[in-house]
Design a binder for this molecule. Structure first.
Ligand code: BTN
Length: 244
């Protein structure tokens, strides 16, 4: 992947194989590397998804993690998963302009209702509160979609992972600039405008329970707003929206 153009202020380290690009980015954070480092691998041998799930990571798909040290208040760090979702959706749209690309709460990207990309946001604030690191791990199914997974999967098509990375890096840089300048409001609006299943009845697994209701939108901090049958509006902070 050498020779790819990156937006100003970003650097790239590429690997043929890593256990996990996010683990490598964290290791480099502990070594004190500068913000804006992308770690990209052609394959991962221990790719991780949300909630400790495995992320199938064979060759041909994109595995990339971005290291940042955001200067914002720690309470704003979860907003970065929506920043990344907007960027990843933009990159997917670049390659599949005619497809229906949506954002599934909290941070999956769907093509035609099937999962094509996932985002894993990890941060550490306890070790060095002066300089908390955030690693945004992004997996995009470029050429192949895993089978036998919880949620049906899709892939972008016959593209090179490196080409997809280049567009992703640009979209991320743009979304981060917008977030840095204007805050979460515009990112939240962009996300909502392409949200999957807004206004629909959904089932969501959260804290070991399955809840049902209408997906009404996002709170000001990114929680899912679920209107339950009896009329209560629940704010769900973390969970998985199940396949309908
Ligand atoms: C999910 O949808 O569960 C999130 C998947 C995140 C996968 C990416 S691939 C690059 C980075 N390295 C990992 O080990 N995980 C993330």
């Amino acid at each position: 992947m050498a020779g790819y153009t990156l937006p100003k202020g970003y650097t790239l380290k590429t690997y043929q194989s890593l256990e996990s690009t996010s683990d490598e980015a964290k290791r480099l954070a502990h070594e004190g590397v500068s913000a804006g480092l992308w770690v990209v691998a052609e394959e991962q041998t221990k790719g991780r998804g949300r909630h400790g799930r495995n992320w199938v990571s064979g060759e041909g798909n994109l595995y990339a993690s971005l290291l940042l040290y955001p200067a914002c208040d720690l309470s704003h760090i979860p907003e970065l998963s929506f920043v990344a979702a907007v960027a990843v959706a933009g990159a997917c749209r670049h390659f599949c302009p005619d497809a229906t690309i949506t954002c599934k709460w909290p941070n999956d990207i769907l093509i035609g209702g099937k999962k094509a990309a996932g985002i894993l946001l990890e941060s550490e604030s306890s070790g060095n509160p002066q300089k908390p690191w955030v690693v945004i791990g992004i997996g995009i199914n470029v050429v192949s979609a895993p089978e036998g997974v919880d949620y049906p999967a899709a892939a972008l098509g016959n593209f090179e992972a490196g080409q997809v990375f280049e567009v992703l890096a640009l979209k991320m840089a743009e979304a981060l600039v917008r977030w840095g300048k204007d805050g979460f409001g515009p990112i939240r609006t962009l996300w909502l405008n392409q949200a999957h299943g807004r206004g629909d009845s959904i089932r969501i697994e959260s804290g070991g329970e399955i809840r049902e209701g209408v997906f009404e939108g996002l709170s000001a901090t990114g929680a899912l707003l679920l209107r339950e049958k009896q009329g209560t509006l629940m704010e769900i902070l973390s969970g998985t929206v199940l396949k309908d």
